[in-house]
Design a protein around this ligand. Structure first.
Ligand code: ADP
Ligand code: MG
Length: 637
């Protein structure tokens, strides 16, 4: 009666994952049960949803449930659910390959090395899922019948190279409850014999599944007055104060595929025009796919306790995509199709409500626990800032929670309101410098003059910064301005040395610096739009800045890479009149014989400014030649 058995190999990723599971995870093997119960619960969720449109699917057995029990005779642990079940093709696809995005990336990270703990956390983030079974079993048998189908199938594997699939016999299919769903049969390793003890099973099930809202029983057959191990109420429905931190952590791990703890938990019930309950978590660690271009969100949508989807586009803003959790709506119709959700105005309202609440809670966290907030910011700040660009309606709230490093205290994050409170008398502008690397920014010549005058400059290191700054023009009426752009009048603010400098102003020196400026401008006229006496510089001889009407230097670079942008106007070279080198060069202006030397110097100064900017030198051969000439002369002198 059984058709011939088919033997298939695991996908390459599965084989590698199984290898890791067998070796790396052993210390925390109890989690296999969480994974399997989680899958059973997902399967019940899926069928409950399908049964709204096709009630026939569940008419034999409308009560969803999960059974976890041992069989001492054949040394097995069994996890049986009456959920959606799997067809032959689904068994092959779901249990033979990994469809999840980011698999390859994770495998690479793991094989790149790292401590056991790091690997563990990576795998945990990714979720080993079903394959965790092989941490305790040397053979796994899966019997499954898709709800509504006639045929049940049997999948079996030793977790090494491949698996077999065949039709299940009538007798084998008896492992299923009321003829639908899935039975996972784990043939336990000797080392996992403790899972043949009811107390052990109960303890692990209790730890991992209190939040599961389908009853979990420990008997194989239905018995009178049988009592579930778990409390069978959806966690988010319970009163806020009744939920322990451990329960939150477990639930967060169930829905978020994480091993970390929630950094922030927001649980509330919205009442009034629209009604919903939301239980949202901010993870401690970045999910693997945070920066995938799809910007996918994964908060689960329920309608009146029935799971609808975890891919509801529009339920959460893409810039809050790090959120994990549940939204349970009272207003949406149960039979709403997933496709219809996207354009539903209720979803828009909920999305807004979630964002408001989360931004408010983040703001509170920033006040009450700056250390945790700093951790949050390090992980998710760059994502949150996308909102400044995307969501005008939440801009004000976002501007309250954004943080930056700045020249004020280099290791401490600052808020914009703190920046404003430290602004100098007469300062109307919020100054920033943007670039990829914080250390490079800290050493930028363009900020020297600001430092000397005690004017704070924000360091912006995320690519997104350059984009939101195009649309967010001010904070609290104070415009943002890049210090690498335009002519900034810093003379209004005195430096500590200004007093003495005034006494020593030397007119002849000033005029020769003017001549030097003209000579440099003439020499570099193909490359540089203007040469300017700098207010920005105190210790470097030169720097580059963008012209007034241009985008700042970093934005120019970003645009060049992403949009093949060619700037139309040339940059400005600023020279520092107080720098010894510039003074010496100026002193050489009298001597016409040395004009070629000065022209070489002009080119070298420009190339220096490019290097410190982290930009390539367009003519390295010319640079090297001039440099050697200078060194030769220097050594000869
Ligand atoms: P994930 O749950 O993250 O998708 P798993 O490795 O845990 O990954 O499971 C892989 C897939 O196998 C699931 O997505 C699901 O489609 C299928 N599956 C696993 N267990 C069951 C089950 N008990 N009933 C139905 N489908 C299941
Ligand atoms: Mg799973």
């Amino acid at each position: 009666m059984t058709k011939t058995e088919e033997k298939l190999n695991f996908g390459a990723d599965v084989s590698r994952l199984l290898d890791i599971v067998a070796h790396a995870l052993y210390s925390n093997r109890d989690i296999f049960l969480r994974e399997l119960i989680s899958n059973a619960s997902d399967a019940c969720d899926k069928l409950r949803y399908e049964a709204i449109a096709s009630p026939d699917l569940v008419k034999n057995d409308p009560e969803f449930k999960i059974r976890v029990f041992k069989n001492t005779d054949d040394r097995t642990l069994n996890i049986v659910d009456n959920g959606i079940g799997m067809t032959r093709e689904e068994l092959i696809d779901n249990l033979g390959t990994i469809a999840k995005s980011g698999t390859a990336a994770m495998m690479k990270k793991i094989s790149d090395g790292g401590t056991q703990k790091e690997k563990m956390s990576l795998i945990g983030q990714f979720g080993v899922g079903f394959y965790a079974s092989f941490m305790v079993a040397n053979k796994v048998t899966v019997i499954s019948r898709r709800a509504g189908d006639k045929q049940a199938w049997l999948w079996e594997s030793d977790g090494k190279t491949g698996f077999t699939v065949r039709e299940a016999t009538k007798k084998e299919a008896k492992a299923l409850m009321e003829g639908r769903g899935t039975a996972i049969i784990l043939h336990l390793d000797d080392e996992a014999s403790d899972f043949l003890i009811d107390e052990k099973i109960r303890q692990v099930v209790e730890t991992y599944s209190d939040h599961i809202d389908f009853p979990i029983f420990m008997n194989q057959e239905q018995e009178e007055n049988e009592k579930p191990v778990n409390s069978v109420t959806a966690l988010w429905v319970r009163p806020k104060d009744d939920i322990t931190e451990e329960q939150h952590t477990e639930f967060f791990r169930h829905i978020g595929f994480g091993v970390d703890e929630p950094l922030l938990t927001s649980h509330w019930r919205a009442e009034g025009k629209i009604e919903y309950t939301a239980l949202l978590y901010v993870p401690t660690m970045r999910p693997m796919n945070l920066f995938d271009p799809g910007r996918k969100t994964s908060v689960r949508l329920y309608v009146k306790r029935v799971f609808i989807t975890d891919e509801c586009e529009g339920l959460v803003y893409p810039w809050l995509r790090f959120l994990r959790g549940v939204v349970d709506s009272e207003d949406l119709p149960l039979n709403i199709s997933r496709e219809m959700l996207q354009h539903n105005p209720l979803i828009d309202k909920i999305r807004n409500g979630l964002a408001k609440r989360i931004l408010g809670d983040l703001n509170k966290l920033a006040d009450s626990d700056p250390l945790s907030y700093g951790m949050f910011w390090g992980q998710f700040g760059a994502v949150l800032k996308e909102g400044l660009y995307d969501a005008f309606e939440h801009r004000e709230a976002l501007l309250k929670v954004v943080r930056f490093y700045s020249t004020h205290e280099e290791r401490t994050l600052t808020s914009l309101s703190d920046y404003v409170s430290r602004m100098k008398e007469g300062q109307e502008i919020i100054y920033y410098i943007s670039g990829e690397n914080l250390e490079t920014l800290k050493n930028s010549p363009q900020i020297e003059g600001f430092r000397a005058r005690g004017i704070e400059v924000l360091f912006l290191t995320d690519t997104i910064d350059d984009f939101w700054l195009q649309t967010v023009l001010d904070y609290d009426g104070k415009p943002f301005q890049s210090v690498t752009k335009g002519n900034i009048d810093l003379d209004r603010f005195e430096t500590e040395k200004d007093e003495e400098k005034k006494d020593h102003k030397d007119e002849s020196e000033e005029s020769s610096i003017g001549e030097l400026r003209a000579l440099i401008a003439e020499t570099l006229k193909e490359e540089i739009g203007e040469v300017r006496i700098s207010k920005r510089l105190t210790s470097s001889p030169v720097c580059l800045v963008a012209a007034d009407n241009e985008v700042d230097l970093r934005m120019e670079r970003v645009l060049r890479v992403h949009q093949k942008y060619e700037s139309t106007s040339k940059r400005v070279l600023e020279i520092n009149p107080d720098h010894t080198l510039i003074k010496r060069l100026a002193a050489m202006m009298d001597n016409k014989a040395r004009n070629t030397e000065l022209a070489d110097a002009a080119w070298l100064l420009l190339d220096q400014a490019r290097i410190i900017q982290g930009e390539p030198i367009p003519d390295p051969a010319g640079f090297t030649k001039r440099m050697s000439n200078f060194m030769e002369r220097g050594l000869a002198a």
